[in-house]
Design a protein around this ligand. Structure first.
Ligand code: ADP
Length: 421
């Protein structure tokens, strides 16, 4: 059976978020980290999410990578394709949302799609084409100061209009509130003369109607919330039956290890809470740089303490300490030294039989996933919103929880350990 939904995400954690929504709607979902080089056995998989770094790449590279991802997905004959971007429409003035969507439409020989970033559960709504974050216009929400993708205009019809060759229209809230049939009719009208329709969304129920109305669009573009009505469409067509076990992962024997490289305020608290009851070792970037803290020492500590595990190794520290370290080593070098050490620790620990990794930090997670050679993960149940348990697909059974910065409650690590048992 072919894959039902082929998704292309413009960053890693956003892709995991989408995969989480798909699993919650009953679809068995895997996420691929970067462009896959060869074919993978996708039997028993309903949805695939390929996570790229196309949000902030040079536009031509973002388009090229997205088209490669599409071609790979097309080789599995997906019923529908989905370009996932951020619910705050994060993009530079040049794109990359418009250029990537244009290229995907062309490649699929399609003339029309929607742009639906909204995620009401997280306070992202669209009204008359204006994007709000917790009731505040996007360009007043703080996003106007984003270092890479400053959003200075909340009107998505205008923003997308500047990024694309096509004409951008609007499906307004009055239409959306009438339900799927009315939305579908409006799509048909707009498709005569427009390439895109920004779709107003105030409530989660709107997303379900929009999802139902979009059953026949070959390409969808939006945030993760647009996914929630799609499983119903495939079910109605008899292509799929929602299973209760979409999020089920294998049981994995072996030790767990927590690696924390995030310095966000949520992680600081989570580390403090866990450290109070478990053995923990702190990495010191300056000592790593001087060579007075080494991989051998860290792994010696690991082996002598592992009987008292689960253990935590962390670099997480307070902003003033980080600043001092960055002044001495430079921001980039400080980050790289720590990430490289976490990568080496993960590799060494895996050789010593650690099979469950809980990693805090987006960049830190990327370094660990790469070090462990992980190309694909199956998405399991959520530990916290946006942070599912995942299982690496490959020869060796491995469970992972990858948490970026501010996600999770203060007892996140303990919760993750329980859920990964
Ligand atoms: P988050 O998801 O919270 O942004 P990341 O892992 O993406 O976390 O980023 C944190 C960055 O800070 C990483 O590059 C990490 O190596 C670096 N880092 C962690 N601890 C320290 C430290 N004590 N001093 C300097 N840099 C650090």
């Amino acid at each position: 059976m072919s894959v039902l939904l082929g998704c292309i995400g413009d960053d890693f954690t956003g892709s995991t978020d989408l995969a989480g929504f798909l699993v919650a709607s009953g679809m068995r979902t895997i996420q691929l980290t970067g462009l896959p080089k060869e074919k993978i056995d996708l039997s028993g998989v309903d949805a695939v999410v390929i996570s790229l770094k196309s949000r902030t790449q040079e536009t031509s590279a973002a388009v090229a990578d997205s088209l490669s991802a599409l071609r790979w997905l097309q080789s599995y004959d997906c019923r529908q394709y989905y370009f996932k971007y951020c619910s705050t429409f994060d993009s530079t003035e040049k794109g990359n949302i418009g250029p990537v969507a244009d290229a995907l439409l062309d490649a699929l020989k399609e003339g029309f799609t929607i742009a639906c970033p909204s995620l009401p559960v997280n306070g992202r709504t669209v009204y008359n084409g204006y994007l709000f974050v917790n009731g505040v216009l996007l360009n007043e929400s703080g996003m106007q100061h984003h270092p890479l993708t400053p959003m200075k205009d909340a009107n998505l019809v205008r923003v997308l209009g500047r990024q694309t060759r096509g004409k951008v229209g609007l499906v307004d809230q009055a239409t959306v509130s009438m339900g799927a049939e009315a939305i579908r009719k409006r799509y048909a009208e707009l498709a005569e003369s427009h390439r895109y329709a920004v779709v107003d969304t105030l409530f989660t129920k709107d997303l379900i109607e929009i999802g139902h109305a979009s059953a026949e669009l070959k390409l969808l573009t939006g945030g993760s919330g647009l996914a929630i009505g799609l499983a119903d469409n495939f079910e109605k067509k008899g292509l799929f039956a929602k299973g209760p076990n979409a999020a089920q992962l294998d049981r994995v024997e072996g030790d767990a290890l927590i690696l924390s490289g995030s310095c966000s305020s949520a992680t600081l608290e989570q580390v403090a809470v866990f450290k109070a009851g478990h053995p923990a070792l702190q990495l010191d970037p300056l000592a790593l740089h001087r060579g007075s803290q080494t991989l051998d020492q860290v792994m010696h500590w690991f082996e002598t303490h592992r009987h008292r595990g689960p253990l935590m190794i962390y670099a997480t520290d307070r902003p003033e300490t980080i600043r001092r370290c960055q002044e001495e080593l430079g921001i980039e070098q400080a980050g790289t030294i720590v990430e490289r050490m976490f990568a080496e620790i993960a590799r060494a620990a895996s050789t010593l039989g650690v099979t469950r990794f809980i990693v805090a930090g987006g960049e830190t997670s990327g370094a660990v996933v790469q070090a462990l050679g992980i190309k694909a993960i199956k998405i399991g149940p959520p530990i916290a919103p946006g942070v599912p348990v995942t299982q690496a697909l490959g020869d060796r059974p491995l469970l992972l929880a990858l948490k970026s910065g501010n996600f999770g409650d203060r007892d996140f690590f303990a919760k993750a350990l329980v859920m990964m048992r």
